[in-house]
Design a protein around this ligand. Structure first.
Ligand code: SF4
Ligand code: SF4
Length: 388
């Protein structure tokens, strides 16, 4: 989306301020407004800044760009803005304004690193790690060159959350899924979210081409960010594909429903679930992971006060983790304090990026939780696979 596409609607935000709240309007739920307590740092405030830029009533400055980038693109404003029909565009508008910031030379320095690393041919990932072509993993897990499924690992799992990656690989093997890996480039989520969109279409076409090469008709990812990008952004960038997309939670739920998977041991812990913004508000998946947790024998599953559409962001997304690292963990600290109220000892999610930021806050503030992904919990269980 370009800002010109929203010229006809952007002036219609009526500054009611509902975008800052949960559904019940009892709590602030925009992490950015929570931090700054100043209207400009809410969605409504940003919309009016962007309107001012579009009318040339405001000029680009580092300060203005900084306000646009101090947003985790969590989507709470999309969920709670009362301006129906148009509210669905607010995150897209913020991302489009960031693309304008990039064009005008106002992308903040730290976020620029994401593009430099992602487009570096030695890396193709935002973590500045040497690119893994995944050949070693294919050998280690004895994976074929052609398969029905591709596990699209994603950069966070491949370079920062290897236990989550390996748990997923082990689960797919145990479940006898015919899958393989490709030599992936970044899915582009970090650079799209920060408005650095110049290489995105090429990267998307590359990944789709690699998936086609191995003959896969299904793609599974363990990352909420990759999932949202593949599900929503490829189409927006005009990149088509004909494979069916799954998040790991969806495959687990399907196998349980079909009677092909049974949990044969207990997980006797009190667990609360953190909805990743990219799986929840951005992709509409709330109940599937919950149904899986609730089927685990022995589990005591409890909800945080803010859950599902009202979940509080972990603070990592939208370039906040790299741009404002201290603030990012403060946001996760607030989330973990909410988790404490439930009596849970385990905070679980379905996204490696949430896992990273929640773990960082847990360690930094010594909050004493076990932070773990759903697939890592399943990796600890005895599983029975029923072949039909
Ligand atoms: S809720 Fe919607 S209309 Fe109201 S201030 Fe926020 S963005 Fe504007
Ligand atoms: S996307 Fe989230 S952080 Fe950004 S303005 Fe909307 S509610 Fe606030």
């Amino acid at each position: 989306m370009a800002l010109d596409d929203v010229k006809h609607i952007i002036h219609r935000c009526f500054r009611c301020g509902y975008c800052k709240f949960t559904h019940s309007y009892s709590e602030f739920n925009c992490p950015s407004y929570n931090k700054h307590r100043f209207e400009t740092y809410s969605a409504g405030g940003r919309i009016w800044l962007i309107f001012g830029l579009m009318n040339n009533e405001l000029q680009w400055s580092d300060n203005l760009a900084n306000i646009l980038y101090a947003c985790s693109t969590c989507g709470n404003c999309v969920e709670n803005c009362r301006f129906v029909k148009f509210n669905e565009f607010w995150v897209d508008i913020i991302e489009a304004a960031r693309a304008e910031a990039v064009k005008n030379g106002f992308c903040p320095e730290k976020q620029k690193n994401l593009l430099e690393r992602t487009t570096n041919p030695e890396m193709f990932n935002p973590y500045a790690e040497p690119n893994s072509d995944n050949e070693e993993l294919k050998k280690e897990y004895n994976l074929p060159d052609k398969a029905e499924w591709v596990y699209f690992i994603g950069c966070t799992s491949n370079y920062r959350q290897k236990n989550l990656r390996d748990s997923t690989l082990r689960f797919l093997k145990k479940a006898k899924i015919d899958f393989t890996l490709i030599d992936e480039y970044c899915c582009c989520s970090p650079i799209i979210r920060t408005g650095q969109i110049s290489p995105v279409k090429d990267f998307m076409n590359y990944n789709v081409g690699k998936i086609k090469e191995v003959g896969a008709t299904k793609v599974i990812t363990s990352c909420a960010g990759c999932y949202r990008t593949l599900k929503n952004d490829f189409e927006k960038f005009g990149v088509e594909y004909d494979f069916k997309l799954y998040h790991t939670a969806e495959l687990v739920k399907q196998l349980l429903d079909e009677g092909k998977l049974k949990f044969k041991s207990n997980y006797d812990k009190t667990v609360t679930y953190h909805d990743p913004c990219h799986l929840g508000r951005h992709s509409g998946i709330y109940e599937i992971p919950r149904e899986v947790y609730k089927k685990i024998p022995g589990i005591n599953f409890v909800e945080m006060k803010r859950n599902r559409e009202n979940a509080y962001c972990c603070g990592a997304g939208g370039g906040v983790k790299i741009g404002f690292p201290d603030w990012a963990v403060e946001i996760s600290k607030e989330r973990l304090e909410e988790a404490k109220e439930t009596g849970a000892t385990v905070v679980s999610s379905t996204c490696p990026f949430c896992r990273t930021n929640l773990s960082d806050a847990n360690d930094k503030f010594d909050l004493g939780f076990e932070v773990i992904d759903l697939i890592e919990i399943l990796d600890k269980l005895d599983l029975e696979i029923i072949e039909t």
